[in-house]
Write a protein that binds this ligand. Structure first.
Ligand code: 13P
Length: 247
């Protein structure tokens, strides 16, 4: 399995930020892991042009569940693919919270992504209240059941475990807690997808940075990271790519 270092720029990045892409590709021309940036939709085509011929893959941050039509302001999976993307994040907690996306909506988006030839990165994660109530595995299990297409294979699905309370806060679960959730995800996926589950990349996300990346990547069933803030700077994201390449 090739591990995956994925950067989610969220609603950050103007044309000037393309210099970070250039720097990243120069510093890591042939990384030993897959390297992905999900810029805002406005930059996907430009980043694709800059990244052409390099080891950097491109992704969107969301897509609509329909292939096309009267959905003002939305972007379809086919449009992202056309602009140069090969992945798309779906069900990020910020979408679930800001836009009320349910598991059913996320499932429809993941299916649309797969139908368009994009690999969906399906995000799951508990809130702090849910963790404190001892509900973490119940919540993750329910989200996994509800948001992952049944026909997924190792090549057409990535899962990102992102505890909501760890996103952008500088806080992370303990290494043991991360390992517990990832082992649970692998077990549930195996029950669902059979032998394909062994090859599905399970990413951890939430305050991943150069200083904690190596210890997280050393955990069993952690096959990469989904990185927010630390993906905006080539030096920081490059250090995370290097840590994953060495893991
Ligand atoms: P941070 O790395 O900024 O905590 O964000 C994580 C995230 O939400 C990635 O999708």
């Amino acid at each position: 399995m090739r591990k995956l270092a994925a950067g989610n720029w969220k609603m950050n990045g103007l044309t000037a930020a393309l210099t970070e892409i250039v720097a990243l590709c120069r510093a890591h021309p042939a990384p030993a892991c897959d390297m992905l940036i999900c810029p805002p939709a406005t930059l996907v085509a430009q980043v694709a042009a800059v990244a052409q011929g390099t080891g950097l893959a491109l992704g969107g941050q969301d897509c609509h569940s329909a292939a096309s039509g009267a959905h003002t302001g939305d972007v379809s999976a086919a449009m992202l693919k056309d602009a140069g993307a090969s992945y798309v994040i779906v069900g990020h907690s910020e979408r679930r919270t800001d836009h009320g996306e349910t598991d059913a909506v996320v499932l429809a988006k993941a299916s649309a992504a797969q139908a368009a030839g994009l690999v969906p990165i399906v995000c799951l994660g508990e809130t702090e209240v849910e963790r404190d109530a001892g509900e973490t595995l119940n919540v993750i299990g329910r989200q996994l059941t509800g948001s992952v297409p049944d026909t997924s294979t190792a090549d057409t699905l990535v899962i990102a475990y992102e505890p909501v309370w760890a996103i952008g806060t500088g806080r992370t679960p303990s290494l043991q807690e991360i390992a517990e959730v990832h082992a649970f995800l692998r077990q549930r996926l195996t029950a669902r997808l059979g032998t394909e589950a062994a090859g599905v990349r399970l990413l951890y996300g939430g305050s991943v940075k150069p200083s904690n990346a190596a210890e997280i990547f050393a955990l069993p069933h952690v096959d990469g990271a989904l990185v927010g803030g630390a993906s905006l700077k080539a030096a920081d994201f490059g250090a995370i790519v290097a840590a994953l390449s060495a893991a």
